[in-house]
Design a protein around this ligand. Structure first.
Ligand code: C2E
Ligand code: CA
Ligand code: CA
Ligand code: CA
Length: 275
């Protein structure tokens, strides 16, 4: 048994080595990915619950790696954050999103994810302002999604930046609501325009009544504080009906569309619920 244990341990070490090597390879490749045109921005529509028509999109970065194929942002965003590459990458994503969205119907908003690391860059606000100006994209159509981990950093500086972005007319959205532990307290810290209720909640609503109760309580609170709510990860009409009953104003998920390239999005389609 002892020998086997040692064997397993050895195997584990080798596995770890392989992982670390892959990580290192990805880090080097990511440096060149932009210049090589391997990165792309996909868009997933967000629908208005009442009308079931698209009212916005979320920009989601994609990396088509020459060897590993399509890599999830969950694989490479952390690398970009650890190395600081997220600053350049985030700027490129924002520019792409504003340029793509400038060609879309004026009622369509575009939501772009911002990493906590981007808030350590004092040039963040001027960068956003310059991109909007050069893309000719109105700030009122831009939403910036942040997670509560952003608010765990040096508070005052971050809140100042968020206020400044908000003064420009940009909407600040609290992403992944419900995965942290003290989310409710953050709602007071900054006037968010919208909160996105995490996919975990939405999928559990169909199994557990208390989950649905929480979602409708959160939605009621958000609306009382003049914030909209988006239910994330809606995959079935059953889930859609539950988030509708809970009072969510918007929904996003595979039920309506997968993230797809800019030229493949249809803003006119209305979902009828009979699938
Ligand atoms: P997120 O911001 O919470 O984005 C939503 C994720 O849920 C996306 O995964 C989306 O494809 C996925 N999703 C949407 N609808 C459904 C559904 O119905 N079912 C399921 N199972 N999943 C659904 P994706 O594109 O893999 O992105 C993962 C995470 O990577 C994002 O989570 C975000 O944290 C990060 N990310 C993606 N793009 C960017 C970016 O441009 N910048 C930054 N900083 N982070 C990004
Ligand atoms: Ca997001
Ligand atoms: Ca989210
Ligand atoms: Ca997430």
């Amino acid at each position: 048994a002892k020998a086997a244990g040692r064997h397993c341990y050895r195997f584990f070490e080798i596995e770890m080595d392989a992982q670390a090597r892959t990580q290192h390879v990805l880090e080097i490749d990511l440096r060149n990915a932009l210049a090589r045109g391997e990165l792309d921005v996909y868009y997933q529509t967000i629908v208005d619950v009442a009308t079931r028509t698209p009212i916005g999109v979320e920009a989601l970065v994609r990396w088509r790696h020459p060897v590993f194929g399509e890599l999830s942002p969950d694989r490479f965003i952390p690398i970009a954050e650890d190395t600081g590459m997220i600053v350049a990458l985030g700027e490129w994503i924002l520019r792409r999103a504003c340029m793509d969205a400038a060609a879309w119907p004026p009622h369509v908003k575009v939501a772009v994810n911002l990493s906590p690391v981007q808030f350590r860059n004092p040039e963040l606000v001027p960068m956003v302002r310059d991109i909007l100006a050069s893309a000719g994209f109105p700030p009122s159509r831009l939403e910036l999604e942040i997670t509560e981990s952003v608010l765990l950093q040096k508070h005052t500086a971050i809140i100042d930046m968020l206020q400044e972005l908000s003064r420009l007319g940009i909407s600040i959205v609290l992403d992944d609501f419900g995965v942290g532990y003290s989310s409710l307290s953050y709602l007071r810290l900054f006037p968010f325009s919208k909160i996105k209720i995490d996919r975990g909640f939405v999928s559990e609503m169909t199994q557990r009544a208390d989950c649905a109760t929480i979602v409708s309580a959160v939605t009621g609170l958000a609306h009382a504080l003049d914030m909209q709510t988006t239910a994330e990860g809606v995959e079935t009409w059953e889930q859609f009906r539950l988030v509708q009953a809970a009072g969510c104003s918007q929904a996003q998920g595979y039920l309506f569309s997968r993230p797809q390239p800019a030229d493949r999005i249809d803003f006119s389609r209305r979902e009828n619920g009979e699938r």
